[in-house]
Design a binder for this molecule. Structure first.
Ligand code: ZN
Length: 351
């Protein structure tokens, strides 16, 4: 669909031909605003939602369209399994959009900060398109994921002293001086990742809660955008409550939401690497999503994530990362009615 970009902070607007993902005036993140109202098709297939994505030339890579399975342990829990994406995480949904945009704007290199999954996903699609990738990784990242990226996808690795937030600043600086397309948790990715919300609505139309692991909070704010579309189209009457989950050792969003304050940086201390983000880029938007759905935010301990990781393996034979089992650990803490139906996002399986 036709669109323009709007800065979330200063409100500055940019046409779709603007070839960056941050505001040219204040460097804040941008939001894709559509110039029309497309209908959400009743579908479980990623590319059926193309009309709800930024107008672009997309190659229809196999992505998204993931299954939802009923938990064998809890009668009102349903697992949205993102492990079947090509690089085993939901990030692929956003990467196909970002890479297509990078191509459209004529870039031959992208720069990205990552805790692992993001770089793996972007490098996978960039290699298919012949675009170079520079990855910025903080020390908190998972070293096995990095090895994969290096060996298989010819990505250039920049180790950064510090955590993801530091790596993100380095990636932005590198992009501005080298002419690479700054990629990662920005506006175009959000448009791909929101499709998780459309698919859940097609698979579990009467969901009362959706539990989402939160690192940079792009996924939860994307799902909120999808829920607003679904309500606008009359597909859902009432929005499911969004439940944001973070690890106890890195929970800046949970703390901000539960104390009605703004998000403050917190040094990550968790082995759930995929959500080890000290300052979520989409933090303000995530808080809006929680308020907008009468949702809630909760922390889970390392022990709880590890226990559910094992339970998921025993019940379903799936090896999931801790950011994924975090959602089931959070499910255990919800006060639910018998009639409630909960979707938990099993976000990735790069262990
Ligand atoms: Zn701005």
């Amino acid at each position: 669909m036709d669109y323009y970009l709007e800065c979330v902070k200063c409100g500055c607007r940019f046409p779709s031909s603007y070839n960056k993902q941050t505001c040219g005036r204040c460097s804040s993140i941008l939001e894709v605003i559509y110039k029309g109202n497309a209908k959400v098709p009743p579908s479980r297939n990623f590319w059926d939602y193309e009309k709800l994505m930024p107008k672009g030339k997309y190659k229809h890579y196999q992505v998204g369209s993931t299954k939802m399975i009923k938990s064998k342990r809890h009668s009102n829990l349903f697992l949205k399994v993102e492990l079947t994406n090509p690089t085993k995480s939901f990030k692929d949904r956003g990467s196909v959009i970002e890479i297509a945009k990078a191509m459209e704007y004529g870039y031959n290199e992208i720069a990205v900060a990552s805790t692992g999954n993001m770089a793996y996903s972007l490098a996978y699609y960039a290699k298919k398109e012949g675009i170079a990738v520079s990855v910025f990784i903080g020390r908190v990242a998972n070293p096995d994921k990095l090895a994969d990226i290096l060996r298989m996808h010819d990505a250039k690795l920049h180790m950064v002293k510090g955590d993801f937030t530091k790596a993100q600043a380095y990636a932005a600086k590198y992009a501005s001086t080298s002419g690479a397309f700054l990629s990662g948790d920005y506006c175009y990715r959000k448009e791909g990742q929101k499709t998780v919300g459309y698919e859940i609505a097609a698979q579990l139309p009467d969901a009362t809660h959706i539990i989402v692991p939160v690192g940079n909070a792009t996924l939860i704010s994307g799902i909120y955008k999808a829920l607003k579309d679904l309500r606008r189209c009359g597909t859902i009457k009432r929005m499911p409550k969004l439940v944001a989950v973070q690890a106890k050792g890195c929970a800046p969003l949970v703390k901000a939401f539960n104390s009605s304050s703004t998000v403050k940086y917190e040094a990550p201390k968790t082995s759930a690497d995929a959500i080890a983000v000290g300052f979520p880029t989409f933090g303000d938007q995530a808080i809006e999503a929680l308020h907008g759905t009468a949702g809630m935010a909760m922390m889970v301990t390392e022990k709880e994530m590890i226990r559910e990781q094992k339970n998921i393996y025993e019940d379903h034979g799936m090896v999931v990362e801790l950011a994924s089992s975090a959602t089931v650990a959070a499910f255990n803490k919800l006060a639910l009615k018998k009639s409630d139906k909960v979707a938990a996002i099993i976000s990735g399986g790069n262990v």
